[in-house]
Ligand binder design. Structure first.
Ligand SMILES: [Zn+2]
Length: 393
């Protein structure tokens, strides 16, 4: 059986028409189509809401479950009704049970979807568990998975199916997934493994693969978002101790080889919830003493013998070095911002807390500014550090 003889080899634009055949699924399907449409690329998604007058709707409505023959018949009725060419994919969404499309191999698996040429069918019911209560993400994943496999010319009906689909789970889009847990893992992974990418790239253009991967990541992010373990007071506590070490949630931050990150971050931490940017360091912003305060902090932390050596040639040279560190920071804030973030994340016990205490950036009055956000009740600052706090003009 040659399934894909009529498919163009590489397609520029492709419209994916989504036919929702149950009234109760319309709201979810609208939401889903909106999500699929967020990523720019050759795939365009269009929703067709159910019209009870249409033949394909009436026929589907009369079924208890959808067999392969029923699927073919619905596809035919849709094809009769709508102009069809090979730049279209048609997705049929049904809440009804789907029968196995093939008897080529034995599996106790419930069928959630399959495809034939440019027609895909996806079951909209039974997704609660695998999607942690967000069923539309399961349906969206199935649409993308079937598109990916159909475009990549995986023959669902061939004996060598398991050359292209992972029977043993690899947390990849092409996992066969006998169990709900495996399906959940696949959706949470948002992953296309290298082997499956290499197989697909022979048939699918790069732009389409990039778009598919972006959509998978969006689905993955949505399934894991809104999931928060509350922080305890101890976990969210951020302390500066007398020797200037920083402790987040009971863990000392080890700055590794990049020792300068420590004073840079400390400066912003002492000045928490203040947006300080290059214009402030240049004396043109809201905090005109920012440069002076950061320099003072750097000298006190990195040049302990400053007072003793002041005026000597060694002293002058070392002072020059420290002043250069301030300039280097101002010139490369973004790169230091990333390095600070990595150092914090490598240390903290909980990454969500490390993320929260990162150096954030925001545009204020068209200028880039940087800030560490902290609840005042969560931070401990010894008195000796108060002199590094900038003052507003
Ligand atoms: Zn794979």
């Amino acid at each position: 059986m040659i399934l894909f003889a009529n498919l163009n080899f590489k397609l520029i634009n492709m419209t994916v028409r989504i036919f929702c055949l149950n009234e109760k699924d319309i709201a979810d399907t609208e939401y889903l189509t909106h999500m699929l449409s967020k990523d720019i690329g050759p795939l365009k998604f269009r929703l067709y809401t159910p019209s009870t007058k249409e033949d394909y709707y009436k026929f589907h409505n009369s079924l208890d479950k959808v067999s392969v023959d029923d699927f073919n018949h619905i596809s035919q009725l849709i094809e009769n009704r709508y102009h069809f060419n090979h730049n279209f994919f048609n997705v049929i969404l049904t809440e009804k049970q789907i029968e196995s499309p093939t008897n080529k191999f034995k599996s106790s698996k419930d069928w959630y979807s399959f495809y034939f040429e440019n027609f895909i069918i996806v079951k909209t019911s039974g997704w609660e568990e695998a999607t942690e209560g967000k069923p539309y993400l399961g349906v969206a994943h199935q649409i993308i998975e079937n598109l990916f496999q159909s475009l990549g010319r995986i023959d669902l009906y061939g004996l060598n199916l398991f050359d292209s689909v992972h029977k043993k789970t690899k947390t990849c889009i092409n996992d066969f997934c006998e169990t709900t847990e495996e399906t959940n893992g696949k959706i949470r992974s948002g992953h296309i493994c290298k082997e499956c990418y290499d197989n697909a790239i022979c048939h699918v253009e790069n732009d389409t693969l990039v778009q598919i991967r972006n959509i998978l990541r969006r689905i993955r992010n949505r399934i894991t978002e809104d999931y928060e373990i509350p922080f305890s007071d101890r976990e969210r506590k951020i302390e500066i101790i007398n020797n200037s070490d920083i402790i987040i949630g009971g863990v000392y931050i080890d700055w590794g080889k990049s020792k300068n990150l420590h004073p840079y971050y400390l400066f912003f931490l002492l000045n928490y919830n203040k947006n300080i940017g290059v214009s402030d360091f240049k004396g043109e912003g809201e905090y005109q003493d920012a440069h002076e305060k950061m320099t003072q902090l750097l000298i006190d932390m990195k040049f302990k013998n400053f007072e003793k050596l002041k005026g000597t040639s060694v002293g002058e040279r070392l002072l020059e070095e420290k002043l250069k560190l301030v300039e280097s920071f101002i010139k490369n804030i973004t790169s230091y911002q990333t390095r600070i973030y990595n150092s914090i994340m490598n240390n903290v016990h909980r990454e969500d807390i490390g993320y929260f205490y990162r150096l954030t950036s925001s545009k204020i009055n068209k200028k880039n500014t940087y800030c560490v956000k902290v609840e005042p009740s969560d931070i401990v600052i010894p008195k000796k550090f108060l002199k590094y706090i900038v003052s507003e003009v």
